[in-house]
Design a protein around this ligand. Structure first.
Ligand SMILES: [Zn+2]
Length: 323
């Protein structure tokens, strides 16, 4: 099991690192405490929960002695402990079920057919918090219809060879050349989304690799169906592209909100920051009436939706009515 070994290395790596920074002169009573700890760690009946608790309490201290770390490393390295402790499933396995390392577009519509609404926590500590813009350049194309064709992501200008990084924490699912994407990396994230990085000149990760937000995954380029070097970046939920604009503030290059709600609409899945309220325009609605309904001004309504005061409201259109 690839995940199994990676997790062992991750945890051992952490302990080895901790041991490198530990160690100082110890008094006699400290040494007795250390001996007691080592004995405790070596006890075969020590449960996984107690061991985790012990590690947690040790990390609160200023130093951890080498003998305690050594005992912990040996204990953690035992297979029986790992079999119990490590979830060997890839990220968001409860949502997706399958794990296909060959096909970026492996999810059939059936996977999301019964989904109506999901809340995604983007900054959950357990899931690894944080977001990083996948490339540094300016955005040259947004999500939406472009020349009569749907553009499922955003395009970020770059020079061939520029660094491309993972947006969130997760595990690389696909890393290969694939059709019009060219060299593409797809990452499954613990937050429930997948992200796609296309047209790369070089891929430097492989399926199963764990990545953090901001971690290098490859170099930008012009492979596949691409005119000029750029990164095509998508955020997907179960294979359905969502508009990154409602998850990420593309100007400030930060996530808009700690949590995101993904809702099914007539046209597909829409993701937007939690706390934002939308109004669906009905026949007979006009700007002043909608503003009044939500206790906001027409000026705010226009600003939040990028429309003018004389905008024609088409039934079915969604208007942002809170910040
Ligand atoms: Zn694109």
């Amino acid at each position: 099991m690839r995940f199994f070994f990676k997790n062992i290395l991750f945890i051992l790596g952490f302990f080895l690192f901790a041991s490198a920074s530990a160690g100082s002169e110890k008094s006699g009573s400290d040494r007795e405490t250390d001996d007691a700890l080592v004995n405790l760690i070596q006890q075969s009946q020590l449960s996984r929960e107690k061991l985790v608790y012990l590690v947690d309490s040790l990390l609160n201290g200023d130093t951890i002695s080498f003998c305690v770390l050594d005992a912990l490393n040996k204990r953690m390295a035992t297979a029986s402990f790992y079999n119990l402790a490590i979830d060997t499933n890839p990220p968001a396995h409860n949502l997706y079920g399958s794990w296909d390392i060959e096909n970026p577009n492996c999810y059939r519509p059936e996977l999301s057919i019964n989904d109506t609404s999901f809340n995604f926590d983007l900054v959950d500590q357990l899931n690894g918090c944080g977001f990083a813009m996948p490339a540094r350049g300016i955005i040259t194309s947004l999500y939406g219809y472009r020349d009569g064709k749907m553009h499922n992501g955003i395009d970020i200008a770059l020079h061939t060879g520029d660094t491309v990084v993972s947006a969130f924490r997760g595990m690389v699912r696909v890393a290969k050349r694939y059709g019009s994407f060219g060299n593409v990396v797809v990452i499954r994230h613990y937050n429930g989304f997948e992200t796609v990085y296309a047209h790369l000149s070089k891929i430097d990760v492989q399926p199963g690799d764990m990545v953090d937000p901001g971690q290098y995954i490859g170099k930008g380029g012009n492979t596949g169906r691409s005119r000029g070097a750029h990164l095509h970046f998508e955020i997907r939920f179960k294979g359905n592209a969502v508009n990154p604009r409602y998850i990420v503030d593309l100007d400030k290059k930060k996530i808009l909100s700690d949590a995101v709600v993904v809702k099914k609409t007539n046209t597909g899945f829409v993701a937007y920051p939690v706390g934002t309220i939308f109004h669906t325009v009905r026949g007979g609605d006009y700007l002043y009436k909608v503003a009044l309904q939500y206790g906001i001004t027409v000026k705010q309504l226009c600003a939040w939706n990028g429309i003018g005061k004389k905008a024609n409201l088409v039934a079915g259109r969604k208007l942002k009515v809170s910040q």
